[in-house]
Design a protein around this ligand. Structure first.
Ligand SMILES: [Mg+2]
Length: 381
């Protein structure tokens, strides 16, 4: 499979409403789409979003790295998906998001050529699951804003079928967070409820949070403490907590997962393609979590389009169970780039939405062109 042409689209897509996290407020999705055209005229699409606090990549650095990788890709005959990531590493150190974007587009082309949906190709690699039909993936809904708004949104989306939730914590005081968590747990009793501090708590506050009565009904807590704390600190937190400890910013791949598993310092992980460097490596992480009976949350960055959502969901359909839910962030966009965006059905994503060969969704070029980031233009290689 040879690549003849590449088009890189730097996008800025407004969110329905700003999303406040402990260290930033996100008002728009800064994301990059890549369209590769192969020698048979097929088009394969990839996406990666900026995440300066998670991957260190900005819109400019992401565009530069993707362009660099694509220019190298033009002279290569792409044959075996297992080798794609190693090939990227011959040219570029680190830069997981850019590698994920290019791998996604190559896998879209590869599975189109093989006439198979991406999720089915990935599932065929897991022999123990291949004969079983994939189950729908539960979608995780984020709550934010004032407590009144959070309670109102919780009711609205629960009535629509959502049963998996994430509460962002870490910006008000610990007491305020504990009160919010208690009120939301009262309102959502019986559901899968999590909190995410995005590294904002001290170890002392994190232990206090996990041992509090208010937090006792949570299914898991995500990245309460900074990723640069010691492994002993993470192990202490896990051993002090009756609630499973999920990690996000701490986990970028199999090597880190194995370290945390060996240290008995992790109860589950949030996997994002921009961290693992692509779909194949994220699938390896998901399998490792499953083997150790640890929680799995699949997640897109806030926010990515249906394209990244479909690629990430394919890992869920290939894995078998997404116990901690799938954070499908296109639901927070004012505008998706696909004419038929992925949508929640009773709080779940069904595999029938990804029935086409390849990734399963295709961006509309007209919609893409409407949301080119201000001051940027399409780059052709
Ligand atoms: Mg997180």
């Amino acid at each position: 499979m040879k690549i003849l042409r590449a088009d890189i689209y730097p996008l800025s897509i407004p969110l329905i409403e700003p999303i406040k996290m402990s260290r930033e407020i996100v008002v728009d999705a800064k994301t990059v789409l890549l369209c590769l055209t192969d020698e048979k005229g097929r088009q394969g699409w990839g996406e990666a979003s900026v995440a300066p606090l998670m991957t260190g990549e900005t819109l400019d650095s992401l565009i530069g790295s993707i362009r660099y990788l694509v220019e190298k890709s033009l002279s290569i005959d792409w044959l075996e998906p297992d080798n794609f990531a190693d090939t990227f590493s011959l040219f570029l150190y680190s830069n997981a998001s850019a590698k994920s974007c290019v791998e996604m587009a190559l896998l879209d082309l590869y599975t189109q050529e093989a006439c198979v949906p991406l999720w089915q190709y990935l599932r065929s690699r897991n022999k123990s699951l291949n004969e079983l039909p994939p189950t729908a993936i539960p979608l995780l809904r984020m709550l934010g804003g004032s407590l009144e708004k959070e309670l109102s949104d919780a009711k609205t989306f629960r009535d629509l079928g959502f049963r998996h939730w994430k509460i962002k914590i870490g910006s008000p005081s610990l007491e305020e967070d504990l009160h919010r968590v208690k009120m939301l747990c009262d309102s959502l009793a019986g559901d899968v409820i999590s909190v995410d501090a995005n590294c904002a708590l001290t170890l002392t506050d994190a232990i206090r949070f996990c041992q509090s009565e208010e937090a006792s009904r949570l299914t898991f807590v995500e990245q309460l403490i900074p990723a640069d704390l010691s492994m002993d600190d993470f192990a202490l937190l896990k051993n002090s907590s009756g609630i499973p400890i999920g990690l996000d910013e701490s986990i970028h791949g199999v090597a880190e997962l194995e370290q945390f598993i060996d240290a008995n310092a992790i109860g589950g992980a949030s996997l994002k393609l921009i961290k693992t460097g692509g779909i194949i490596k994220a699938l390896e992480c998901a399998k490792l979590l499953s083997e150790h009976k640890l929680g799995l949350n699949l997640a897109c960055k806030i926010a990515e389009t249906s394209l990244s959502a479909a690629a990430t969901a394919s890992i869920g359909f290939a894995t078998g169970e997404v116990s901690w839910g799938f954070s499908m962030s296109n639901q927070y966009l004012k505008f998706d780039v696909c004419d038929a965006p992925l949508i929640a059905k009773h709080g779940y994503l069904e595999v029938s939405q990804l029935a086409s060969t390849g990734i399963g969704v295709t961006p509309s070029i007209n919609r893409v062109r409407e949301v080119i980031a201000k001051g940027y233009s399409v780059i052709q290689c």
